[in-house]
Design a protein around this ligand. Structure first.
Ligand code: SF4
Length: 479
């Protein structure tokens, strides 16, 4: 979980990057950074905290230039250290280079040790620096960014959407399985790439399409160009983006997330109808599901938990203790809506189960008679190695428990997760094109000690490319 943006716009980059990162704040709250290039110099600023806390008007006005990249970080590989805050900035020959990355590599240790044995040193503990090192090595060998990205894609394994600025040119590429989201937009006087379409909406820009899995996008002051570097037999879009991570108003790989969640809510009722007085969500993550459930069941949607919207998401707080303490401050039950009522409580997922248990306790204390918990994802059975900071198998409440044992643990009256079939149908993407690793324990690429169903990837000649001056034209890479 991280958010990245890259932009070239003749009206200046820094304010636009700021607004875009603000829209991607849900993807990472630990730190934020922006690098810009003014034609001669690289300007950079980054710090720990939320976008609005890190940047001020004077800082943004010092970030000069029409090209820039930005990042909001939630750490997966690499500790919470100031040097790990992205974008990472380098000087390479006469070029100023900035790199930012969303995702997680699964062969970081092996690659890092290869570099270290060759006498190279690292200044961070991130996998992003490994990607940058490979790219720089290969650019010096081939003199071509396309070839360097191709070799980089052949060497690294994992999930990655990467944005890189060399001089005033933005390069962006997405892993061949398309695990993490990445899309392209047209701004008033240029083009941009971003982790989610909400960052494009924030600039009143136009979403053009997703970056294809294995595609390299190049944006400069002349326009935008796409080069297909790798073609997968099948894709592996992260199914959890639709369930939890992405903002409900984002369109990912052609699908509006809000509609997926609403359809899942309807399916939750169809799969296991229950009689109740009201439907309520765990706000805000469960709201689209709860609205769908209310539509499907004709049971009224009544807000019975009020959220303090000035707190972060409990899931991404660093320690378990902090998470538990935060629930009471974050969610206040409304006794007048709960007393003696049978309530369907809808949320997106159960990870450790501690938050669900605490919410149910709060609702019972407020007088609820029955609490029927409905969950918008299938049970999470296994960890994620591909960019989502999930706990270990031992900490996941459902990893070795049946649904009824989980129900008992969280003290719900009944519990039902949506089935994987309904989830896939609600997304509308072929099941074979989705990563379901954390739900099934079977991953789309080889991971030591885990089951995998890997997909063939063809690397294609970098000359297979076309100028995409206008995305209004038929897309030569639509496959
Ligand atoms: S394992 Fe789960 S969270 Fe991780 S990429 Fe796959 S679907 Fe997403």
């Amino acid at each position: 979980m991280c958010g990245i943006v890259g932009i070239v716009d003749a009206g200046g980059a820094s304010i636009k990057l700021y607004y875009s990162l603000y829209a991607l704040q849900h993807r990472g709250q630990e730190s934020a950074g922006i690098s810009t290039f003014d034609g001669t110099n690289l300007h950079k600023f980054k710090g720990a905290g939320l976008v609005a806390d890190v940047f001020s008007p004077p800082v943004l006005s010092d970030l000069k230039g029409d090209a820039g990249i930005g990042h909001v970080r939630y750490p997966t590989t690499g500790a919470n250290l100031p040097e790990n805050i992205q974008p990472l900035n380098f000087q390479f020959r006469e070029h100023s280079i900035s790199v930012a990355h969303n995702g997680n590599l699964v062969n970081t240790a092996e690659l890092r040790s290869g570099f270290e044995q060759a006498g190279q040193i690292f200044t961070t503990t991130t996998d992003t620096e490994i990607i940058a090192k490979i790219l720089m090595d290969e650019i010096s060998t081939f003199g071509s960014v396309e070839e360097a990205v191709k070799v980089c894609m052949q060497k690294i394994r994992g999930s990655y959407s990467v944005v890189m600025m060399i001089g005033g040119i933005i390069y962006a590429f997405r892993d061949p399985l398309g695990i993490k989201p990445f899309c392209i937009g047209k701004t008033e006087r240029g083009y941009m790439v971003a982790s989610e379409s909400v960052a494009i909406d924030a600039l009143n820009a136009k979403l053009l399409r997703d970056v294809h899995p294995g595609e390299l996008i190049r944006i400069d002051s002349e326009g935008v160009k796409g080069t297909r570097i790798a073609v997968p037999g099948k894709r592996a879009h992260c199914i959890f983006e639709y369930v939890y991570f992405a903002r409900a108003d984002s369109i990912i790989d052609g699908v509006l997330v809000y509609d997926v969640r609403r359809r899942i809510g309807q399916d939750l009722f169809k799969e296991d109808p229950v009689k109740a007085d009201s439907v309520c969500s765990v706000p805000d993550s469960g709201t689209a599901y709860a609205i769908g459930y209310a539509e499907g069941s004709k049971i009224p949607f009544v807000e019975s938990l009020m959220k303090n919207r000035y707190m972060g998401r409990t899931f991404i707080m660093p320690s378990q203790k902090e998470r538990e303490k935060a629930v009471r401050i974050k969610l206040n039950p409304i006794p007048a809506h709960l007393k003696d009522k049978s309530v369907v409580l809808v949320d997106d997922s159960i990870v450790r189960g501690t938050t669900s248990k605490r919410i149910i306790e709060l609702m019972r204390e407020a007088g609820a008679r029955e609490i029927h918990m409905r969950i918008g994802s299938p049970a999470i059975k296994a960890p994620c190695y591909l960019g989502v900071d999930m706990p270990t198998r031992e900490e996941l409440i459902a990893s070795n428990r049946e649904e009824d044992e989980v129900r008992h643990k969280i003290t719900a009256t009944t519990l039902r997760h949506v089935s994987l079939d309904s989830l896939v149908e609600a997304i509308g993407i072929d099941r074979e094109d989705l990563c379901t690793g954390c739900l099934t324990g079977c991953y789309p690429l080889a991971i030591e000690g885990e089951r995998a169903k890997t997909h063939e990837i063809d690397f294609i000649d970098a000359t297979y490319q076309a100028k995409l001056g206008s995305f209004e034209e038929p897309d030569p890479f639509s496959f």
